[in-house]
Design a protein around this ligand. Structure first.
Ligand code: FES
Length: 106
């Protein structure tokens, strides 16, 4: 299982094994990582699973789809590497990927 490194806004780091095909959001929730709320349960309608892919990993993570991109525009704190973590499914190529979590999901 690929190891994904989540870094909270306060600097706390978590290295978590996540099965391929599982979303970054679900991996965070399953491991009780603060910073991902995921109110809609992964339906791409709440934006409370916002994360920022580390710039070194953006290509591996891929681009947001049209629906996700539309939702991302509603997030004031978004950056160029922002994604909704429910829409990013873990792959083998993501071994060691770094994901930053925002200070707040609200
Ligand atoms: S969990 Fe709601 S948009 Fe990702």
């Amino acid at each position: 299982m690929p190891v994904i490194n989540y870094i909270e806004a306060n600097g706390t780091e978590y290295s978590i094994d996540i099965a391929e095909g599982v979303s970054l959001m679900q991996g965070a929730l399953d491991n009780m990582i603060d910073g991902i709320v995921a109110e809609c349960g992964g339906c791409c309608v709440c934006c409370t699973c916002h994360c920022m892919i580390d710039p070194a990993w953006v290509e591996v993570a891929g681009a947001a789809g049209a629906e996700e991109a539309e939702m991302l525009e509603m997030i004031d704190s978004r950056s160029e590497t922002s994604r909704l973590s429910c829409q990013v499914k873990v792959t083998a190529a993501m071994e060691g990927m770094v994901v930053h979590l925002p200070e707040s999901q609200y």
